[in-house]
Design a protein around this ligand. Structure first.
Ligand code: NAG
Ligand code: NAG
Length: 919
């Protein structure tokens, strides 16, 4: 949904609305001060030094090196101390952590120490496993501490005098920490002493006040406490990640701009494309890639953060956060996929979602009442458009009070849910963290003392959709129990549809969005559980909220067969992938937003959050019929595929534009459904390895530098399907880059065509109905080609395999099958088939041993058809499965009645009639 409405309209014509509402670096005290510090430090001596006597070296992964960094304040004849530690985590990940020894401070209502709990939320297991596989070896001389910490000649050289860390992988320099001496921790001082604490080249801009128009009431109780540090990615030309921004996938140089990439979760109304401005979510993970090497920095901080990028022969970056401890991790590997795998072991992989959630989601603000919802469902069936889920935005609730219904519009939610369930359809309800004052939920939140507090430690009140509201503090462990109680599955809980289980949740506005707050969020001096300032935890709040919802929904579903929850969140942080899908917020019905959606989803996947999508059609405005059609053809490739529209936009469901558009849209959606077995297998892979589902080209060919900037085409996981959707108006042709030395079969809209040999660019003619696709030689993908109304009704349908032979006449592929809704697959109620093909035939083998009862239940499900691309002229084949063998014909490169069960291993042997005759 949406943003700030009334409030913004007033400002609309002032200047760049967003520049006015959101702080760039010049308007942000801590960013401006650190940029100035960085500018001046080259001609000045750094006040920071490592205290040599403090160093303690240990040959264990746990705290391999500890010590103290000092900062001298000569004019006061004082030094401050920053204890630090370097440890090695599983996956040979180097972690550096520095805190400040503050004098006994008290922020009054708040904690005086620096926030140090980001890892608790970001990591899958808060007790981080240390590296156990590879011994850590630490050697030190006077000036150099060398930590060897992994295979492949991985080491860190800590130069004590220069205070730099050089990190090597395969013996080559990858990363230099603090090469440019930007290391800076603004130490604690009192308001009236600030001047005395400044170095001659430092600024005091906005140290104890905020001069930005929306934030002047910030009390900044602890004064300046920012951290800054530079990282040089040695010999790299490209860096990626740090979502969320509406920008290119390969990140841009920001040296000449007031807008370094900013990470600060905000409800950014009508966001711009080609922008480094902050958006709804933040994942502070940056990946750099060059042939044979990848390096990532994970900056574990939850406060407002700016990242400057300067590109030369290296990529030089400067990270600046408003407060918190300095805590970062360095992840090394040969390929970007290896980085995802290691990062995912730390922060968790996105779990395998329920199958329905990979189907088509139909949303708008709003479907008005029960009749509207059921009419949409009937219309989908009449026009033969498959769909799985209808969504209800804020208007379903009585006066936007979550956990109530507008009973005039929705008199009997359970009845509606049952009607949807008849054709396997689901409902998603929006539930936001702002709770209208004066009804049972907000009353109870207050009574239990679970609300976010203002700087005086009183319940905070602000404005959001329902008017005056309070916000549930999901940092507070006590919130979970109350939240759970609202989700209970029972005859009486009308809100969550009584006993129904086909109901799931959408968490929006959880940045948190506060219409009358600074930068549309809550004041930074607000207080969360345990006395942490909102300033310190801001970027994590959204995650705490959707995690709480996930937990509650899990408990609700525990006793049903549908056990895997589905949650969509707008705000996210590192680790959000464990419990939620995300979408890119309030885009517009314009071509440039369609185009921007691809790099945005790719960046999300690079940062470990693969289950992502953009609103199909564009949220604001009315797309032309052509744009709507092209958006569906692109949207079917988003891992999360949902159409959504603003309340002021016209209806635009698939049948609205009329012919030929409606048929083309329907065919696109059906192509998504046909490919669901492949999508599902890619999600399964991702749940095991962290691999993006919408996968950048450079993941497929990590050593091809020509692929490093391509962000308008992509692969579907490791399936070999490569797509370049049409994203420009009136296009009659598209250039598609075939990125490696392999044969690629044209596969436009799923129909096999000509074979091309890469690497090269091919120019394809396109018509409105065309979705440019290729299938890479060497792949085998699975489809289900019959039209059904929903994924649930496809469960017993037969499979088609498409086998695309490579240059050597070989192909491989995978297929994961399970019930699509329970956790049974974790106990073997799954089938993992591995396919191999060569000129002699095809085999299918189990990759894991399936549960025999599951196999029995699946016996009847067949592979009916096999399409062979690039195969010779055999015209018959012998199929063997178990004890049985049978002959099949190959006609026009297809085996039409293959007849194997998917639930057992099999073999096909090709043969040519000619050879038989000759014999
Ligand atoms: C703030 O309020 C909470 C309860 O709402 C209380 O536990 C805490 O002690 C208060 N903090 C201060 C500094 O008064
Ligand atoms: C070492 O490098 C090889 C590639 O050269 C890679 O496959 C392997 O995973 C690396 N080992 C580790 C533990 O990173």
């Amino acid at each position: 949904m949406k943003g700030i409405v009334i409030f913004l309209i007033l400002l609309h014509n002032v200047c760049g609305v967003k520049d006015y509402l959101f702080k760039d670096c010049d308007n942000s005290g801590f960013c401006q001060r650190n940029r100035l510090y960085a500018k001046n430090i080259a001609e000045n001596e750094s006040p920071y030094a490592v205290s040599q006597p403090s160093l303690v070296v240990s040959n264990t992964a746990q705290n391999s090196l500890t010590g103290v960094i000092t900062k001298s304040i000569p004019q006061l004849d004082e030094t401050r101390q920053f204890p630090f530690e370097i440890s090695i985590l599983e996956g040979s990940i180097l972690r550096f952590k520095a805190d400040e020894m503050r004098p006994e401070t008290s922020g009054g209502m708040i904690r005086g120490n620096r926030y140090n709990e980001a890892a608790k939320w970001a990591f899958q297991d808060p007790d981080v496993p240390y590296e156990s596989k590879y011994p850590v070896n630490v050697e030190s001389t006077d000036q150099l501490v060398t930590i060897s910490f992994g295979p492949n000649d991985t080491k860190a050289e800590f130069d004590v005098k220069d205070m730099t860390i050089k990190i090597y992988y395969k013996g080559q320099l990858q990363l230099v920490v603090n090469e440019r001496n930007f290391f800076n921790i603004e130490h604690y001082r009192k308001r009236d002493e600030n001047d005395k604490h400044l170095l001659p080249f430092e600024s005091d801009f906005d140290s104890f006040k905020d001069s930005h128009n929306t934030a002047s009431e910030d009390s900044i109780p602890l004064g300046p406490e920012s951290i800054g540090l530079d990282f040089t990615f040695a010999g790299y030309k490209h860096v990626y990640g740090i979502p969320e921004h509406a920008d290119s996938m390969s990140l841009k140089d920001t040296s000449e701009s007031n807008w370094p990439y900013r990470l600060f979760n905000v409800d950014i109304f009508e966001y711009d494309t080609d922008s480094r401005m902050p958006m709804y979510g933040s994942i502070p993970l940056m990946l750099a890639t060059k042939p044979k090497m990848s390096t990532a920095v994970f900056w574990l901080n939850a406060a407002d953060t700016f990242i400057d990028i300067h590109k030369s022969n290296d990529v030089k970056t400067h990270w600046i956060s408003e407060n918190g401890v300095m805590d970062f991790l360095v992840i090394l590997g040969e390929t970007p996929a290896e980085i995802n795998s290691k990062y995912g072991r730390l922060t968790g992989y996105a779990p395998l979602p329920p199958m329905f959630s990979l189907g088509y989601h139909q949303c708008r603000w709003n479907y008005n009442d029960e009749k509207d919802v059921l009419d949409i469902t009937s219309k989908m069936d009449e026009t033969l458009v498959p769909y799985d889920t209808i969504w209800l935005d804020v208007e379903y609730a009585d006066a936007k009070k979550y956990f109530t219904w507008d009973i005039d519009a929705f008199p009997d939610p359970e009845r509606m849910l049952k009607a949807l369930d008849r054709t396997g359809r689901n409902l998603v309800l929006i539930i936001d963290p702002h709770l209208k004052v004066g009804y049972y939920v907000s009353d109870e939140v207050r009574k239990r003392d679970l609300a976010m507090k203002n700087s005086k430690n009183e319940t905070f009140h602000g404005h959001c959709w329902p008017g005056e509201s309070v916000w549930i503090d999901t940092f507070n462990p006590g919130s979970q129990e109350y939240w759970d109680s609202l989700f209970v599955r029972s005859e009486t809980n009308k809100v969550m549809g009584g006993m129904s289980t086909n109901i799931y949740v959408w968490n929006d506005m959880n940045e948190p969005s506060v219409f009358d707050g600074p930068e549309t969020s809550a004041p930074r001096d607000n207080i969360f559980y345990d006395g942490w300032e909102h300033r310190s935890v801001h970027n994590i709040y959204g995650l705490t909220f959707h995690e709480a919802t996930f937990e509650s929904l899990t408990k609700r579903l525990e006793s049903s067969t549908r056990q895997r929850p589905f949650i969509l969140t707008r705000s996210f942080y590192a680790g959000s992938q464990r419990t939620s899908a995300m979408w890119t917020g309030d885009n517009m019905a314009k071509w440039e937003y369609l185009e921007a959606s691809i790099p945005m989803v790719l960046s999300s996947g690079i940062a470990g959050m693969p289950f992502a999508g953009a609103d199909v059609g564009g949220f604001f405005g009315n797309p032309s019929k052509e744009l709507l059609t092209r958006w569906y053809q692109t949207g079917i490739w988003y891992p999360f595929f949902r159409a959504h529209a603003h309340i002021d936009s016209r209806r635009r469901e698939p049948w609205v534009p009329g012919e030929p558009f409606t048929s083309i849209i329907r065919d696109a959606i059906r192509l998504r459904y046909a490919l669901l077995p492949t999508f599902y297998t890619c999600f399964y892979d991702s749940s095991q390895s962290g691999l993006p589902v919408m996968k950048p080209i450079f993941y497929e060919c990590p050593h091809n530098v020509d692929a490093y900037e391509i962000d308008d085409q992509f692969f579907l996981g490791n399936s070999g399907l490569m797509v370049k959707p049409v994203t420009s108006e009136g296009a009659t042709s598209v250039d598609v880059y075939l990125p490696d030395n392999e044969v690629y079969y044209e596969f436009t809209s799923g129909v096999p065509g000509k074979a091309y040999k890469g690497p090269k660019t091919v120019d394809l003619d396109v018509e409105l109905a065309d979705i440019p696709m290729f299938l890479k030689g060497g792949s085998i993908v699975a489809r289900k080609d019959r039209y059904r109304r929903s994924t649930k009704l496809m469960q017993n349908d037969p499979y088609t395999l498409v086998v695309a032979f490579d240059n050597q006449g070989k192909a491989t592929g995978k297929l994961h099958i399970d019930d699509g809704e329970s956790y049974g697959y974790k106990e073997g109620q799954e089938i993992n088939l591995q396919f191999y093909a060569d000129s002699k035939g095809i085999t299918a083998q189990f990759e894991t041993v399936p549960d025999p009862t599951y196999v029995k239940a699946m016996q009847k499900i067949k592979i009916e058809k096999i399409i062979l691309l690039g195969h010779g002229n055999d015209d018959q084949a012998l199929v063997t499965q178990g004890e049985k063998s049978w002959q099949v014909q190959i006609v026009d490169g297809e085996i039409r009645n293959a007849g194997m069960s998917v639930a057992a291993e099999w073999k096909i042997k090709f043969a040519t009639k000619l050879t038989h005759d000759e014999l």
